[in-house]
Each structure stands twice: as C-alpha cells, then as structure tokens.
Design a protein around this ligand. Structure first.
Ligand code: UDP
Length: 459
C-alpha cells in the first residue's frame, strides 16, 4: 500500500472489542493485524478475564475494561454461555462507554470506528451516543448465521413448540433452509429454549443495527448464502477471510500450545494421521470419551488427540482412559496433548483427516489446508457448519448418531483409507486452492478488504 495512505490511515484509530472466548478472540485479533497492515492504529478493548497477551502485539494499544461487580468468570463450557453473554451485555456497557469517551478525549488521532463481535449485541447504543460508526465482526459462517436469522420465523411456524429431544433429532429438512435438517438447527445446552430464541434475536437485531458486517469467510465458499443474506440484511458485507492466513492463531492462544505435536507428526508418512480436537468449549461425558478412545484404537490409524483438561465431565484429564491405552492398546500409534498448535498441525503433511466439533475457526482452518473432516458437532453454529461440510462441500462425513465407537471407526476408515476419502481430499484441495487465491491480488477477499479500507476511510 502507498506509504502516504498508510501514514494518513495511522491517524485513524479503530477500536476493536472481542468477545472473551478463544474462538472469538482469535479472529478479532487477526482482523486487528489485517487492519493494522492497512495503516490503521489499533486499540483493543478487552475484559480482564481471558485477556489477550499484549506482548504478542506491541503495535497495538490495549485498554482493559472492568465491570462494576468484579465477578470472577471461567466459561469452560457452553452450559453457562447464554447467561454469560447476557452478563457481559448488561454489566459492561457503562465501563465500555467510559473507556471509549476517555480515549476520544485523549487520543490524538480520530476514533473512526468501533468494531465489535456480534455477540456484544447491546453496544450499538454506545456507538450511537458517542456518534462513532459501529461495524460488526461475525465470527461464524454466513450459512449458520442465516439459520439464526430464521429462528423467530421457525419458532412461529411451530418448529420448537415442544423442543423435545426427539423433535430435535428429526432428519426432516427445514423448509427454506435446505440442506439443513431439523437436527442441525442451532441448539445450546440449556433447559430454557426461550432463552436461546431471545439471545439469538438480540444478536441478530444488534447486527442489523450496525453499519456493516465483516465476515471471516470467502466468497467462493458461501456465495449463494451471501446472496440470500443480502436480501434480509441490505448493508455492506465484507468477506475478507480466511483471517488466519494473514497472521497466526498461536499469537492469541489462551492456552500453551504443545509444540511436541510437530516432531511427533514428523515421524509419520503423508496423510496418515487423524487429528482430533473439539475446540475450547465443547465437553463430553465419560461414556462419550471412552467411545472416542475405542473408536480411535479400533481404527488402527495413527492419531494426535487434543484432550483439554476439564473437557470430560467429572475428570481432571485422562483418568478415565483404560490402563495402558497409549502403549499397549494402540501400540504407540496415538499421541495425546492438552492443547495443540492447531494451525501448524493441520498444515503438516502427515495430517490426513480432522475429527472435529466444527467450530467455524476449526472448519475454516481445515478447509484452508485441504484436510477432510469427520464431523461431530455439539452446539450453536457447529451443526449447520457440519452439514455444509458433509452435504454441500462434500469434504467430510458426519457422525449422524452421536459418539459411538463402531460409527467412529467406520468414519475414520471412510476418510483415511477408502476411495471415498481420497475423493473428499481432492475436493478439499480444490477448496484450499480457492482459499489461497482469494486473498492474492485480484482475489475476492483481497478486493473486499480494499473495499473495507475505503469504506472506513469514508467515515
Ligand atoms: N485451537 C488451538 N489448539 C487446539 C484446539 C484449538 O489452537 O488444541 C484453536 C483453533 O485453531 C481455533 C480455536 O482454537 O482457532 C477454536 O475455535 P473454534 O471456532 O474452532 O471452536 P470453539 O473453541 O469456539 O468452540
């Protein structure tokens, strides 16, 4: 970029407000790096808990915000995420407004935009009050967001009238949202479906109020859904992903990534290892954990398995594993870590498949490395993401009946050994190539980023 434009942008400050959860911090900090490379000055507003490490970003300013009640938080599972999101939006508004007003008084440059995660749905009132344009970063796929938008309509059509387990397992297609099935509709672990509807509605309305939306996706992947969305949300949409191709996820990792994963992978032939990880929030019970363990063991394929401490109900870490699991039962074919350098693992030639919960970051990271998936979605946007992976992009298989050892074993063989898996890998490599082209000069994300920069400069 022209150096005069870079230095004139430097006098423009962007304030970014990430949601303090790993899957939201990563894309927001990556976006910050992208916009900094275009010359903007960056301030990150953040909560004290799950704070990013400022020493990894000496080129940004960091402003901590505290809530008046000083509550302690550890959101280690989705069960309390709904109340957590309400808590954030109810208790942090005044402190955020206070921080921003102070920054605007002190700062030599102009605060030209507030960029918030879509889950900070109540922050539009602050932007209105301080007369700063607010842009939303949506960290999910467009396809899953469309199902969130349709939620109230589906409810009115009677879809969630009882919200029974049986109803939620239905294979029937959702009219207007094909290929999604009823069982793919966003679900959260809560006994209060009304609370989900309210929360999604607040998030959708909060996104509607923003001036524009930035997406961590790329046009070639979600073009049809973008068209659909543009009818409902006629405002600027900037598809500038995949963000992690501009700056690594490791910089914003809240947990230490176990680097021994890489020399372990180095010992394996190309496409031979299955990488297994369910992200930063999903949890399993003891039975599910053992089904995964036996499915991996019986498949006879090498695997690198991330077992996050606390991710198995009732266990600290690996206490529930059968005695001698790694040495005797899988005979050295497996390696277990607490947290992996996921981006590097997926890019490693030895990695041939990804057994995933289909969080959007994980899904996109896998797509960008051409790695086919075994999908076991848990909640939120994961089931829609998984349906697109298996039924639309056809780069993975889905465990349709939950975590059960023989289905896991058969899915591993389908992806890692069978001809079907090779075809999935070919389609994955095709998408990887498209992802690589989109952020090169004249690519779709490259052009959209230019549009975003011009858009912000116009404020
Ligand atoms: N991740 C990681 N190491 C791991 C597992 C995950 O660095 O062992 C990163 C991963 O690369 C991704 C993020 O954590 O960027 C997880 O985000 P995602 O949206 O996939 O899932 P969530 O954690 O929000 O459920």
């Amino acid at each position: 970029m022209d150096s005069t434009i870079l230095s004139s942008n430097r006098s423009r400050r962007l304030v970014l407000l990430p949601l303090p959860l790993q899957g939201h911090i990563n894309p927001m900090l990556q976006l910050a790096n992208i916009l900094h490379s275009k010359g903007f000055s960056i301030t990150i507003l953040h909560t004290h808990f799950n704070a990013p490490n400022p020493t990894n970003y000496p080129h940004f300013s960091f402003l901590p915000i505290s809530d008046a009640s000083q509550e302690k938080h550890s959101v280690s599972d989705i069960g309390n995420v709904i109340s957590f999101l309400h808590y954030l939006n109810n208790n942090y508004l005044n402190p955020i407004q206070h921080c921003l007003s102070k920054l605007m008084l002190e700062d030599e440059g102009v605060v030209c935009s507030l960029i918030t995660d879509a889950q900070w749905f109540a922050t539009q009132s602050i932007a209105d009050e301080l007369k700063i344009p607010r842009i939303v970063l949506r960290t999910s796929s467009i396809s899953s967001f469309i199902s969130f938008v349709a939620f109230p309509l589906l409810r009115d059509m009677g879809y969630f009238r009882h919200f029974s387990d049986e109803e939620m397992k239905s294979e029937a297609l959702v009219v207007g949202l094909e290929p999604l099935k009823i069982k793919d509709l966003p679900k959260f672990v809560t006994s209060d479906p009304k609370a989900i509807c309210e929360l999604l509605d607040l998030m959708v309305q909060g996104t509607k109020q923003a001036q524009a939306i930035i997406w961590n996706t790329f046009k070639e992947l979600e073009e049809i859904n973008l068209l659909t969305l543009s009818h409902v949300f006629p405002k600027p949409h900037f598809l500038i992903g995949p963000f992690h191709k501009y700056s690594p996820t490791s910089l914003s990792s809240l947990l230490a990534q176990d680097q021994t994963s890489i020399p372990w992978l180095d010992k394996h032939p190309p496409n031979s290892v299955l990488y297994v990880s369910f992200g930063s929030l999903a949890r399993v019970d003891e039975t599910q954990f053992l089904e995964i363990a036996w499915g991996l063991a019986n498949s006879k394929q090498p695997f690198l398995w991330v077992v996050r401490p606390g991710s198995i109900h009732g266990s600290e870490w690996l206490e529930q594993l059968p005695d001698g699991f790694l040495e005797r039962i899988v005979e050295g074919r497996g390696y277990i870590v607490k947290w992996a350098p996921q981006q590097e693992v997926l890019a490693h030639p030895a990695t041939g498949g990804f057994f995933t919960h289909n969080g959007w970051n994980s899904t996109l990271e896998s797509i960008c490395e051409g790695v086919p998936m075994i999908c076991s979605p848990c909640f939120g946007d994961q089931p829609p993401n998984a349906r697109y992976v298996s039924d639309v992009w056809k780069i993975g298989v889905q465990l349709e009946n939950g975590l059960e050892r023989s289905e896991i074993e058969s899915a591993i063989k389908r992806v890692m050994v069978d001809r079907e898996g090779m075809e999935m890998r070919d389609r994955s490599i095709n998408l990887k190539t498209k992802a690589e082209l989109c952020f090169k000069k004249d690519g779709s994300s490259y052009a959209s980023l230019d549009d975003l920069v011009n858009y912000i400069q116009s404020f």
